[in-house]
Each structure stands twice: as structure tokens, then as C-alpha cells.
Ligand binder design. Structure first.
Ligand code: SAH
Ligand code: F3S
Length: 454
């Protein structure tokens, strides 16, 4: 009765939360399995950002409910954003749910499972769905343990929870609550521990990392708490690369630009959500910057690191986005020259200001706009990759590729690289001479100056 399978939907933050749940369940004597059919307990960690993500998880839960009817001891739980967003209404849809856990209660999962399993064993009354969706002070400090996978090269570290912005389309402030940050010292302790276990690359996670510690910790020497955190991380021996996701253009100030100049471990890749490249749409979205300001940030970063790589999130078909607005947005998108982008078709979220805005854009039109941006992106990425042919790039070797006997890794600019290597190079920084590229990957050969590995 103690084999648990966790399925995760959505963003890296959700992956990180699932890892925390897995780690705390292991500490409690559960075994975390990687196949749902071997499990006595299935937990779905859900996403609410778009309707499609919610529908997928609801479909899966419905399917798993059937298993419950065959085996009454089987335990089914829904955790995370959709649990928080829909609350007890979900139980009407999914009456067989045993457990509903919100985004501030992941650390309570072992207690809840213990309780459910005790009662399933006839040691207590069969409970109705166990619901735990409250806010909890300090929940940001509960996401801190790692599973310690073999040969782990790269790790996510959650530095804050919540978001205080009110982007008109976004459900996250409702599902994740208001901004709460972990102390710098706690985060650095976690990073040091990861480094001691061989991790080389840290990615800091938060809904709006540029707001990290804004209310809790002081500015020192003109540097925001977030930049102070980056500086301290840069000093941790063993860590070779630092990344983060996501900053907000509003909080992207000169101190952060200068961090790219001054901190050698901070990789020259930034994911900076744009959402729209048209001032009218940005205003309607309640995004407090203009495309001009966005360009200024991009240019100031390129001024300190000419080879900077840019990634973004952009939404097509926001209510009221006319053909003209979209063309302006697409032209700006092309102008910046993104190396990577997540392009989203606007999805109505109940309870957000955009839900009731007039002039919703038809689905086919969203599809078309999506295609336009995808084409711009793939042309741009291919050109950018082509410029890398003949150069030598530093690659952090992650492990065997999915197919064939090649290995994969990432450049500092977060380009995917594929090459012949050897198990012993996993976790190492190697030099790769690029000889062939596609829009998504670089292919090349290791430059093994003086290294005798084969
Ligand atoms: N600040 C967070 C954003 C989380 S949501 C972060 O950057 O990590 C991730 C992305 O989903 C957003 O940047 C936005 O582009 C997209 N998104 C959010 N709500 C959406 C909606 N209602 N429809 C379509 N895309 C949406
Ligand atoms: Fe959502 Fe905007 Fe915050 S996209 S997570 S409300 S910055």
C-alpha cells in the first residue's frame, strides 16, 4: 500500500513541487515509482494556466477513478494549481477523489496519505475526500528537499511563491497566492548542498523572480535582493552555471543587467516574458511596460553581453487584439529576434478580468496567429544556430540522448547539443565544435584537448 506515482502537469515550478512531495514521501517510508500501474496511490500535480491543461488532468482523474471502483484501496489525489483554482467544485466532477491538496500544502501530503491509508485498512472510518486548500504562512520555506538523482547535473531551486501582479489573462495570482520569499541564507544552504552532491547548474524558480525579497529584505549598495542572491550563488564552489525563470520586464533594472556583466556563472540566456508586442494590447493586459521599454532592456543586456540569448512567452488572440495589433506584435517579435519562445493561444480563465472583455478572438484566428509566430521563431532560431557553425561552445553534458548512442547537453545559451560522448563525461563541461545545426539542435564533436577519455 505504499507505492506512489506522481504525475506532473505544467511548469517547472510544478515539477519542483512534485519533487518535494516525492522526497517527503520517501522520508516517510513510501516508495515513489515511475509507472502508474505499479502504484497504490496516484497523485496528479495539476496546472490551471490554460483550459487545456485542466481538461487533461480532469480526463486523467476520471480514467483513474475507474481503477478505484475495481480496487477500493487505490488512492487518488489531485494537488496544486487546479485543486486551488477549482476547490471543492472538483469533487462534484470527480466524486471518487480521496485527496485534494492546494499549492501551499504540498508538505502535508505524507500526513494525509498516512491518514487515508490507515482508514482504508479498516482502522478508521472511510473518509470522504480529504480537502486541504488553506493558505499557510511560511509555505514558501517548505519547498527545499531534493531526491538526489544519480548523476544529477542540474537542479531547480524554488526561491519564492506567488505573484502580486494582476495580468488580465492570468489565473496564477489566484492559484499561487501573494508573493512570499525565502531567506537568502536558506537558499544558499540548499545550493551548497546540491553542489556537494555534484550539481553544476542551478535554475532559480519563481512566478516573478525580479520581485524576490522586495518586501522582506533590504536593497544593499543599490542591489535588489534578487541580485544579492545571484552574487552569493556565484560564489558557491562547484556551481558552474546559474539560470532563473521568470523575471518581469518591470523589475528588470540596471543592477540585474550589470549582474550579467559581473557574474561569470550567470548564463547569457534570459527568459523574459513579453506577452504582446503592441502597446495597446499590453495596456489591455495590464502589463505595466511598453514595447519601447522592453527593447531598452534587451539592448542594455546586449550592450553588456553581445552574445545574449533571448526567450519569451507571448500570447496570441487576447480579447480585442485586432489584425493590426497582431501584425504590430508579430513585427516586434521578429525584430527582437528571439532564440526561443513559448507561444500561447489565449485561453479564457474564469474569474480573471479578461474573461468578460469584449471582442474575444475566434479559435481559427488564434491558430493562424500562432502559426505566424511559430514560423518567425523557427526561421530566427535556425539563423542563430547557423551562425554557430564552426564555433566552439561550452556544453554541460546531461546524459544519453533519447535515441541512438549519442549524448545531449546544453550550451550556456541553452541551445540543445547532440554529440558522441562517454558516460564518464556526464556532469562535465566540455568544449564542442559545432559542425551541423537544425532550428532546435546543434551537432558537433568534442574538442578533447589533452583529455584522454576514449
Ligand atoms: N510569471 C509566470 C507566468 C506563469 S504563466 C512565469 O513566467 O513563470 C506562463 C505563461 O503562460 C505566461 O507567461 C503567459 O504567456 C501564459 N498564459 C498565462 N495565462 C494565459 C492564458 N489565460 N491564456 C494563454 N496563455 C496564458
Ligand atoms: Fe501571471 Fe502576470 Fe504574475 S503572467 S504569474 S500575473 S506577472
Amino acid at each position: 500500500m505504499n507505492r506512489v506515482f506522481i504525475k506532473t502537469y505544467g511548469c517547472q515550478m510544478n515539477e519542483r513541487d512534485s519533487e518535494q512531495v516525492a522526497s517527503s514521501l520517501r522520508d516517510r517510508g513510501y516508495s515513489v515509482v515511475d509507472n502508474e500501474f505499479d502504484a497504490d496511490v496516484v497523485l496528479l500535480n495539476t496546472c490551471s494556466v490554460r483550459d487545456q491543461a485542466e481538461q487533461k488532468a480532469i480526463g486523467k482523474a476520471g480514467y483513474l477513478s475507474k481503477r478505484k471502483r475495481e480496487n477500493p484501496n487505490f488512492v487518488l489525489g489531485v494537488m496544486g494549481c487546479m485543486a486551488q483554482n477549482r476547490g471543492e467544485e472538483l469533487i462534484d466532477r470527480l466524486p471518487d477523489l480521496d485527496l485534494l491538496v492546494g499549492t501551499q500544502k504540498f508538505h502535508r501530503v505524507p500526513d494525509h496519505l498516512d491518514h487515508l491509508i490507515r482508514s482504508a485498512n479498516g482502522q478508521g472510518p472511510r473518509p470522504s475526500t480529504l480537502v486541504d486548500l488553506d493558505e499557510e504562512a511560511d509555505s514558501q520555506n517548505t519547498i527545499r528537499d531534493h531526491i538526489g538523482k544519480k548523476n544529477q547535473v542540474s537542479a531547480f531551486v524554488s526561491i519564492m511563491q506567488g505573484c502580486n501582479m494582476n495580468c488580465a489573462f492570468c489565473i496564477v495570482p489566484k492559484t499561487r497566492g501573494s508573493e512570499r520569499s525565502r531567506p537568502i541564507e536558506h537558499i544558499i544552504e540548499e545550493v551548497e548542498e546540491l553542489a556537494a552532491n555534484g550539481v553544476k547548474e542551478i535554475t532559480f524558480l519563481g512566478q516573478i523572480v525580479t520581485s524576490y525579497g522586495r518586501r522582506e529584505f533590504p536593497v544593499v549598495d543599490g542591489k535588489s535582493p534578487f541580485v544579492q542572491l545571484l552574487e552569493k550563488t556565484n560564489d558557491v564552489p562547484g556551481i558552474e552555471r546559474i539560470r532563473f525563470t521568470s523575471p518581469h520586464p518591470r523589475g528588470f533594472k540596471q543592477d540585474l543587467v550589470e549582474a550579467y556583466r559581473d557574474l561569470p556563472k550567470l548564463c547569457e540566456y534570459v527568459h523574459l516574458p513579453l506577452q504582446a508586442g503592441c502597446d495597446k494590447t499590453l495596456r489591455a493586459m495590464n502589463r505595466p511596460y511598453t514595447k519601447n521599454r522592453y527593447s531598452e532592456i534587451v539592448n542594455s543586456l546586449r550592450a553588456v553581453v553581445p552574445d545574449m540569448y533571448f526567450s519569451t512567452d507571448i500570447i496570441v488572440g487576447f480579447p480585442g487584439e485586432t489584425e493590426e495589433d497582431f501584425s504590430e506584435s508579430a513585427a516586434f517579435f521578429a525584430d527582437i529576434g528571439f532564440d526561443m519562445a513559448y507561444i500561447f493561444k489565449y485561453s479564457i480563465r474564469t474569474g480573471t478580468p479578461a474573461e468578460v472583455m469584449p471582442d474575444q478572438v475566434p479559435q481559427e484566428e488564434k491558430e493562424r496567429r500562432n502559426q505566424v509566430l511559430l514560423e518567425i521563431l523557427s526561421r530566427g532560431s535556425l539563423q542563430r544556430n547557423e551562425r554557430l557553425i564552426g564555433t566552439t561552445q561550452e556544453v554541460l553534458v546531461e546524459g544519453p540522448a533519447k535515441r541512438g548512442d549519442a549524448y545531449t547537453g546544453k550550451t550556456r545559451g541553452f541551445r540543445n547539443a547532440i554529440f558522441e560522448a562517454d558516460e564518464r563525461l556526464v556532469g562535465q563541461l566540455v568544449e564542442l565544435k559545432i559542425d551541423r545545426v537544425t532550428a532546435s539542435s546543434l551537432y558537433g564533436e568534442l574538442v578533447l584537448a589533452g583529455v584522454d577519455t576514449f
